[in-house]
Write a protein that binds this ligand. Structure first.
Ligand SMILES: [Zn+2]
Length: 214
């Protein structure tokens, strides 16, 4: 458990250094058996204390140890419930991804188009989750019930959330989401070539990442 706690503290510091966790926004968790260790509410990810992390029962959502968790803990629980292979969840208000989450999107299957190969390879299909106030349980239920496979989602007018097998992989994917959203914002209204469906499907297949509409 000490390694898990130290990993969360290091990850929080790294994300803050990268400018991806403004103020006290964002939250991280790691699954440990039937529990999750999570960043507490109201604490900057850059100031996490290994002795002051929240431990929750994944089945009941009850706090087992430590301070109150981030109010967004239901989203983390929902992602762990979807996939037994999810070992860590990262949620950020990283600026470019948050900006992109505020634009009007018609393709809910993936709110982020296949702009670069690395986005498809590291992240894959990223569905849009309809807006709800932070901590809303209905939004977590909607996330849990989505009928497509995904490892990342974009919360409308809010920011990205990623579930991966390890914390390092989840952070890599969150960084990749920020980078591709930065490109999308930089491109603005320029005519843009996306990867074709065939090109995206080839990469998704090769790197075993969910893509396409099924
Ligand atoms: Zn948030």
């Amino acid at each position: 458990m000490t390694d898990t706690r130290d990993a969360l503290v290091r990850a929080g510091a790294r994300l803050t250094e990268l400018g991806l966790s403004p103020g006290s926004s964002g939250n991280l968790s790691i699954r440990v058996g039937s529990t999750m260790v999570m960043s507490p509410t109201g604490v900057s990810l850059g100031a996490l204390d290994a002795e002051q992390l929240s431990v929750l029962d994944l089945n009941t959502g009850h706090l087992l140890d430590g301070p109150s968790p981030s109010k967004e803990f239901p989203l983390h629980r929902a992602l762990y419930a979807r996939s037994g292979g999810s070992g860590a969840v990262v949620h950020l208000h990283s600026p470019y991804a948050a900006a992109w989450s505020c634009t009007i999107r018609h393709d809910k299957t993936s709110a982020i188009p296949p702009l670069t190969p690395y986005f498809v390879m590291k992240v894959g299909r990223t569905p849009l989750i309809d807006y709800a106030a932070p901590g809303d349980r209905g939004q977590a239920e909607a996330l849990q019930a989505l009928p497509v496979i995904f490892e990342a989602a974009l919360l409308q007018n809010h920011g990205p959330i990623v579930a991966k097998g390890s914390l390092d992989a989840a952070i890599d994917a969150a960084i990749e989401i920020e980078e591709v959203c930065k490109l999308l914002i930089l491109l603005g209204t320029h005519p843009v070539r996306h990867l074709t469906e065939e090109e995206a499907a080839h990469l998704a297949d090769k790197y075993d990442v969910p893509w396409g509409s099924s």
